[in-house]
Design a protein around this ligand. Structure first.
Ligand SMILES: Cc1cc2nc3c(=O)[nH]c(=O)nc-3n(C[C@H](O)[C@H](O)[C@H](O)COP(=O)(O)OP(=O)(O)OC[C@H]3O[C@@H](n4cnc5c(N)ncnc54)[C@H](O)[C@@H]3O)c2cc1C
Length: 419
């Protein structure tokens, strides 16, 4: 017998009395059915959240999420978990802040602890030029209604006493901007929580099912060919991150998306020494500490397009060099793991969401280095777009048509290494 799956302290106690042998699986591993209302390709956070909100907000439950590997095994399970909304343009700020707000209630919404920790995120300026850019983005954030605070060097050092702010520092400290509501969340838990919620509402989650082509009638996409047979659907949504241009090409779409490796690494665990997220564009490094004690370190993209999910050593070297300029004390730490994900980069660092020129085919892509924070809002707005056939107002500016009209939302300064 399996016991009900509502997680609570009482449930934990009841299961403990039975030796933890009766927990039911968090989600059903479904067999693919011949037909669905909506097929979502890609079981990362975006695909799973879209499926969850289709069922929850729109009552559309004949939905399948098709994942070629295991859910969360793509960038969703590989990122450095930073959640923030300190973007420059009003369209981005409104979208990403909606996402942060959804994160604030996500553990309760999903009955799953996503460990959202709003420990703040400090962006640093090390030169006069940096400071001008930071002041500009600080002003933009305030105009966009995103709460943030300007920090003097002394205030920055008070938050991170190991920072090398001495007179001989190669990157002198001029200022910082803190977004107090930013922070980190547990990436796997976000994928698993949405999977569990969607599965409970009737969504089929199909792992080990690779989409290899598209079924067409006239000009319209009417389903997908997969490694487990053909599946028909009224609407197909691609949420495949670094493989978007590969699948787009199979459908006959040439997309303005390039795939790069983005790396990160963690140190051995140490006692709590770092209580915020910090980012420095000049050194090309950002950093936080997990609840387990590991320092999580990330930097910029590898320099050329690739599908090799491991990355190159020179990027690790450059990132470590920047880290040690800021925090020389960390030179004593050993690195434990290094990895990479293949991210879907768009030149204006803004996602590509909504319908495509091919009837029945939708895109949720272009998240590049920063789509983890966007998972709740991406899922919410994409679900509404799929349910109604019209882009949700929050993503109206994120369509493919901007590459024809020229109405780009150039978030390069808000994105860059700032994932
Ligand atoms: C090292 C690193 C650090 C990052 N740090 C941050 C951060 O701190 N904050 C932040 O907001 N973002 C960060 N990101 C970006 C973020 O992880 C991604 O933008 C986000 O996870 C994208 O989610 P997704 O669901 O679109 O893609 P994914 O999680 O990659 O899911 C796509 C899925 O599609 C599947 N797939 C591909 N092809 C097929 C096919 N043919 N058939 C079936 N399935 C297929 C893949 O297996 C994969 O599971 C980081 C990324 C990396 C790599």
């Amino acid at each position: 017998m399996t016991l009900p799956t509502r997680y609570s302290a009482l449930a934990l106690l009841r299961h403990a009395l039975r030796g933890h042998r009766q927990w039911s699986p968090a989600w059903r591993d479904a067999e693919p059915q011949p037909r669905y209302d909506v097929v979502i390709v890609g079981g990362g956070g975006h695909g799973l959240a879209t499926a969850y909100y289709l069922a929850k907000n729109h009552g559309i439950t004949r939905v399948a999420v098709l994942e070629k590997g295991w859910i969360g095994g793509g960038n969703t399970g590989r990122n450095t978990t930073v959640v923030r909304s300190n973007y420059f343009f009003p369209e981005s700020a409104a979208f990403y802040d909606f996402s942060v707000r959804l994160y604030e209630g996500l553990a309760r919404e999903l009955n799953y602890n996503v460990m959202f920790s709003q420990r703040g995120m400090v962006t640093l300026a090390h030169s006069r030029h940096d400071e001008d850019v930071l002041r500009r983005s600080f002003n933009a954030m305030r105009l966009n209604g995103i709460d943030c605070e300007w920090l003097t060097p002394a205030q920055v050092v008070a938050r991170m006493p190991l920072f090398n702010a001495g007179p001989g520092a190669r990157f002198p400290l001029r200022a910082g901007v803190n977004q107090p509501r930013a922070g980190t969340a547990r990436h796997d838990a976000v994928a698993w929580g949405y999977a569990r919620g969607a599965s409970q509402l009737g969504v089929d989650i199909v792992q080990n099912c690779e989409v290899t082509g598209f079924l067409r009638e006239g000009g319209r996409v009417t389903g997908v060919a997969t490694s487990r047979g053909e599946i028909r659907a009224d609407r197909v949504c691609l949420s495949v991150a670094g493989h978007t241009s590969v699948l787009g090409a199979l459908a006959g779409l040439k997309l303005p998306i390039t795939s790069y490796a983005l790396q990160a690494f963690v140190s051995e665990p140490v006692k709590p020494i770092f209580h915020t997220v910090v980012l420095s564009a000049a050194t090309g490094v950002y950093l936080s500490q997990t609840d387990k004690g590991e320092l999580v370190v990330g930097g910029g993209l590898d320099l050329y397009p690739s599908y090799a999910q491991r990355g190159n050593f020179h990027t690790v070297e450059r990132t470590v060099a920047g880290l040690l300029e800021m925090f020389p004390a960390f030179s004593r730490l050993r690195l434990m793991r290094q990895w990479a994900g293949i991210v879907d980069v768009v030149r204006d660092s803004t996602p590509v969401m909504g319908p495509t020129p091919i009837d029945g085919l939708y895109l949720n892509a272009g998240w590049g280095t920063g789509g983890f924070k966007a998972i709740p809002a991406g899922g919410w707005t994409m679900a509404q777009t799929l349910a109604t056939g019209k882009p949700h107002p929050l993503i109206a500016g994120f369509g493919l048509d901007r590459f024809e009209s020229g109405a780009l939302i150039d978030e390069a300064a808000g994105a860059g290494i700032a994932h």
